[in-house]
Write a protein that binds this ligand. Structure first.
Ligand code: PMV
Length: 353
């Protein structure tokens, strides 16, 4: 008996230009393009196994061992349906292929880090789901094409189908066919950039990105300014900086964009606060660290960025990571065990070789 099963894994990505706002909530089409770095270490990954079998009565999914409902018309159901449709197309073209698109699937997914704590678990989760179904169905589909499907699970997931530096082009079409992820540069282009993750709080966040975005789109005038007058130039400038391996520009834009995303959250009615006092203290530390470097005639040495939660991600060239870890441990004595990846202030995901 043939077993139809495949496993795939996908890492978290952390945006430098933030996606915040949908112009179409069903297709998950964003109001602006975004750009991220996919982390390449093993700390922050989702691993997903999909299996198709004629004995299965329905599609089912387990997340970290607990069954999750696959709601009809929901995001999971959409991704599974789209992947089955691609398989069906193949089977229609080649009658020698087993008709496994007719079988129900069982899917098991695990994150090796806290789920929904502002650490982009939905990004790696939906990317791994789509990648495992693509492997199960042996689809010849390109990553950008798969990214269109992952996008309908969670917007930022489309970027996790690529490693390295990745842009999600917002696209123009109403059907979403041009809203997909593309590689800006592979990881090997700039291996010197590392990411340090400071887990300030690993609890589930208060306002989900879905409801937060909706409220921001409905109420924030600053978001409209950001979409029209800020993001397009930033996307071009940061892509150029990545291609030129220009850390100073990359860092400046990354911090500006994190600040503006949190300003937009604050500009929402009622306001949303994702950062806390500890997050702000880390910003102050990085600002001071950079100020001293620039005063001595040097360039920026680190960049902070925050997603929809209080945890800091610090991008820096490898040579500065040790110094930054020492600084954090010095100013935040709770961070006594910096090697514990997910303790209070644990640092995880120091990238690279
Ligand atoms: O894809 P979602 O719905 O989890 O939204 C992610 C939004 C941010 O993480 C705040 C920004 C981004 O571009 O990843």
């Amino acid at each position: 008996m043939t077993v139809y099963q495949a496993t795939a894994s996908a890492p978290v990505n952390i945006a430098c230009i933030k996606y915040w706002g949908k112009r179409d909530t069903k297709l998950i089409l964003p109001t602006n393009s975004s750009l991220s770095v996919t982390l390449d270490q093993d700390h922050l990954r989702s691993t997903t196994t999909s299996r198709a079998d004629p004995s299965f009565q329905q599609d089912r999914l387990w997340l970290n061992g607990t069954e999750d409902e696959i709601k009809e018309g929901g995001r999971l159901a959409t991704c599974i349906r789209e992947m089955k449709a691609l398989r069906k197309q193949l089977e229609d073209k080649d009658s020698s292929l087993p008709k496994i698109s007719d079988y129900h699937v069982h899917i098991s997914s695990r994150n090796n880090f806290p789920t929904a704590a502002g650490l982009a678990s939905s990004a790696s989760g939906f990317a791994a789901l789509v990648a495992s179904l693509a492997a199960l169905y042996q689809l010849p589909t390109s990553r950008s094409d798969l990214s269109r499907i992952a996008r309908q699970g969670s917007g930022s997931a489309c970027r996790s189908l690529f490693g390295g530096f990745v842009a999600w082009q917002k696209g123009e079409r109403a059907d979403g066919s041009d809203s997909l992820a593309v590689e800006v540069a592979p990881r090997e282009h700039w291996p010197d950039i590392h990411a340090l993750i400071c887990v300030v709080n690993d609890e589930k966040k208060g306002t989900s990105s879905t409801s937060g975005m909706q409220r921001t789109v409905e109420t924030s005038p600053l978001l409209q300014h950001r979409i029209k007058h800020v993001v397009p130039e930033r996307m071009a400038a940061i892509s150029k900086a990545i291609l030129a391996r220009d850390f100073d520009t990359f860092a400046r834009i990354t911090m500006q964009d994190s600040n503006q995303f949190h300003a937009v959250a604050l500009d929402t009615e009622p306001p949303i606060f994702y950062m806390n006092d500890v997050s702000r203290a880390i910003i102050a530390l990085i600002v001071e660290y950079n100020r001293v470097a620039v005063e001595k005639g040097g360039k920026l040495k680190a960049a902070y960025t925050y997603d929809a939660g209080p945890n800091a991600v610090i991008y820096a060239p490898k040579e500065n990571i040790k110094e930054i870890v020492e600084l954090i441990v010095k100013y935040f004595p709770q961070a006594e065990n910096f090697k514990d990846p997910f303790g209070l202030f644990g640092a995880a995901g120091v990238q690279g070789k």
